[in-house]
Design a protein around this ligand. Structure first.
Ligand code: CAP
Ligand code: MG
Length: 433
């Protein structure tokens, strides 16, 4: 009989501990909040949510001896909302080292993606409390700072990526950049996979290309930016950024995901007088599956928190996946000061963290500019690689056509109309529509 009572008591205790990490009355304060979309794997949503919260904070698959101490209990994660597949979890700030992005992600976006308890799980959004915002610098320049550097008070910036993306020698690379600038591009960037290959070594390339940018500034009377890709092993990356600064550059560019969050923090904390352009190569490995992985919103949030000045967010019309609605939401997330909650969004007050300038890129040409400005406004960098260098009259004409298209949009003249008196635009529309 005693034996039976003992088993019954043990079972009771197990059920009472089962959803130990769920507290639907909990009101988050200084907590980091995560919004997850969860598809449980043959268990209830409560159990799946509980498992996510424990695995991503103080728990593991079974109770451990010291796991019930009061001071541990106090900082556990709490599931405080379950609506359909959407689950909100609050993580007390004390769970994290306050200025360490990889550390935060190792908890909230770590083991949980591989747990058998979930068939699919997607981290849709995060919201940082003041305590965590304080640990990071955010953008050094942001939208206003970039507009000052470039002396472009209100219009969108026009940019290009030197193409072909790999293979060009240094001389042709610098020449292509020059033609783009004098044609009307404000910025020219290296492609994401160009670093210091034998055919186009870093030092030589930046010296030659920056020189051309100064020549183009003299010729056009406009400011010209060269976005130098410094993506490399971190010590080397810092040396390269230093060189860009020493040679009078305005920008560096980094592939934030292939380099990693620690590398981005290192670059930001080095505090160069250089704007940081963030390329997001590899993002679709995390965000393309709508049910599993990490959304671009979360990637954008961390990029803003750490402090990039410009970030690729997609186009809604070019060659790469992404609906315009998603891209509009991303732009709000990186440019607005306060973000309102929605079904798939969390509230965020960015406090002193500056706004990041959105970059639209990928399969763009002059014919796309009316759509982009209509949906994404003027605080935007519009970049075209193939859509400039593939112009039948050459790179300079391609850049001219982009600026003509932008002029037409700003003057509210239909492109077809404007093209009648602007031959480069006319030709671009003829080939690409
Ligand atoms: C664009 C691009 C950019 C993509 C990145 C490319 O070239 O240089 O890397 O825009 O995508 O390599 O594809 P094109 P996203 O203009 O010739 O297409 O901005 O979506 O991150
Ligand atoms: Mg590219």
């Amino acid at each position: 009989m005693i034996w039976f009572i003992k088993i019954r008591e043990a079972k009771k205790e197990m059920t009472s501990q089962k959803f130990h990490f769920i507290d639907l009355k909990y009101k988050p304060r200084n907590d980091l909040i995560c919004l997850f979309k969860i598809q449980p794997n043959k268990i209830s949503m409560e159990k799946a949510a509980n498992t996510v919260a424990l695995e991503s904070s103080v728990g593991t698959w079974t109770d451990v001896e010291k796991g019930k101490e009061d001071y541990v209990e106090k900082i556990k994660a709490r599931v405080f909302s379950i609506k359909g597949n959407y689950v909100k979890i609050a993580y007390p700030s004390e769970l994290f080292e306050s200025n360490n992005a990889p550390n935060i992600l190792s908890s909230i976006a770590g083991n949980l993606f591989g747990m058998k308890a979930v068939r699919n799980i997607r981290l849709e959004d995060v919201s940082f409390p003041k305590q965590i915002l304080k640990g990071f610098r955010g953008p050094k320049f942001g939208i206003e700072g970039i507009r000052k550097i470039m002396k472009i008070p209100s219009r969108p910036l026009i940019g290009t990526i030197v193409k072909p993306k790999l293979g060009l020698n240094t001389m042709h690379h610098a020449q292509s950049a020059y033609e783009s600038w004098i044609g009307g591009c404000d910025i020219v960037k290296d492609d994401e996979n160009l670093s210091s290959q034998k055919f186009n070594e870093f030092k030589e390339r930046i010296a030659r290309t920056l020189e051309k940018s100064y020549m183009a500034e003299e010729k056009t009377g406009e400011k010209k930016g060269y976005l130098v890709n410094v993506t490399a092993e971190t010590n080397e990356m810092i040396k390269r950024a230093q060189l860009v600064q020493d040679l009078g550059g305005k920008y560096v560019m980094i592939d934030i995901l292939t380099s990693g969050w620690a590398a981005l923090q290192t670059l930001r904390q080095a505090n160069f007088k250089l704007a940081i352009h963030a390329h997001r190569a590899m993002h679709a490995a995390f965000d393309r599956n709508p049910n599993h992985g990490i959304s671009m919103m979360v990637i954008a949030d961390f990029a803003r928190l750490i402090g990039v000045d410009q970030l690729h967010i997609g186009t809604g019309i070019g060659k790469l996946e992404g609906s315009i609605k998603d891209i509009e939401e991303l732009e709000e997330e990186i440019e607005n000061k306060n973000i309102k909650a929605a079904k798939n969004r969390l509230e965020q007050k960015w406090g002193n963290i500056k706004s990041v300038l959105a970059v639209s890129s990928g399969g763009l040409h002059p014919g796309h500019i009316p759509f982009l400005v209509k949906h994404l406004g003027k605080d935007l960098v519009i970049q075209a690689g193939g859509g400039i260098h593939g112009h039948p009259f050459g790179t300079e004409a391609g850049a001219i056509a982009m600026r003509q298209s932008l002029d037409a949009v700003l003057k509210k003249i239909p492109l077809k109309e404007y093209a009648k008196t602007h031959v480069e635009l006319e030709e671009a529309l003829r080939v690409w529509g």
